[in-house]
Design a binder for this molecule. Sequence first.
Ligand SMILES: [Ca+2]
Length: 405
Amino acid sequence: MAAATTLLAHSLPSALAMDAVDPSSSSVAAAPLTAPSRRTPVIIDTDIGKPLQLPLLPQRNRTSNPSNLVLINLIILTTDALAFLQNDVTGTDMDDTWAIAVALASPVIDVRLVLVATHNTPVRAQIAAQFLTRINRTDIPIGIGTQYDNMTVELQGWAANYSLDSYPGKIYYDGVQAMNDIILAAEVENPVVMLLLAPCNNMAEAERRFPAALQRVSRAFAMSGSIYRGYNDSLVPTNEYNVRDDPASSQLVYSFASINHSASLPIWSLFTAPLDTSGLYQLDGIFYQQLLSAANGSRLISTVLEMYKIWLPLCPWANTEGPKPCDPAVRSSVLYDVIATVMLISATPERYMEYDQVTLQVTDTGFTTPTPNGPDRITAALKWLDMDALSAALAQCIISGCQLM
Ligand SMILES: [Ca+2]
């Protein structure tokens, strides 16, 4: 279980540090454009994000000797949690639940807010509250993001009897305001990191209402986009859901990582898990069986599996995505959002996937199209190197903590 109140050491991985920029500079043109060797451990300095050539400490010492390591102690996690169905053909997914489980199991980050996003956010907050209550993590505040419809949320029946007023932790009914307040109250010496697992409408709302708060953010990790591959490893890129659902908001967030940066906008280093990699990942085989075996002794695992079993028959599209059919007895659904979370929490993400800088344009219809010379530059996980290694680490993470991820 993550320590929620202690400053925690986190070594930002070398591959993901390559496009870190100095927020004090007026343009991202000043950012180092040549990636350090992926074999070179790089740690990102606290609030300015410059890569430092410091050796990684052994894993077991990472949290015990934070003095010379970066501290990432403030994570705002935005999610279209937790399993809803937009209509007959598209919607969000069970993967948010898994991603939250992984984020909360990591000892190297401190989740300060789960900000539910898109469509029927009050109902999502109800489901998130039920989930966090079940897993004994009501220390995590929940913010209700911008609501723009009353869409049916498939798991709302699962949480139908849960009153937000009974949540032992904090419920912020204006979640974007809460995000602002939490960021501005954060320790200035520590970076603020966003974990974006949903369409970006809350970020657009924050930019409109609270631009100073977003200026405090140094980097974001997002499940977002489709660079060279579409769903199911299609050779034809597509407009991935998190971008397509609100292209204008995604255009705004990607512009925070623009090559020709507007002085009025925040400067973020943006790391993405596009469909190229995240669309292929299911927890499967012996690693999934390890989870099943541990379920009786783990409220976290048993709750995630319970939700998975309820969600699956309610989502006719679930078995149209991913390399293999969903089966709660055999494997997970596609865990898109988990991959972005792994990029954030892992000390060795280069072990699992290959990353590269991509300059691209977010189109008005939600495509993230590689485009020479910009306008936006991100670092994306583009190819798998060792999926089994990640599955082994992920199962261990969920069962007993993410120290070795
Ligand atoms: Ca999501």
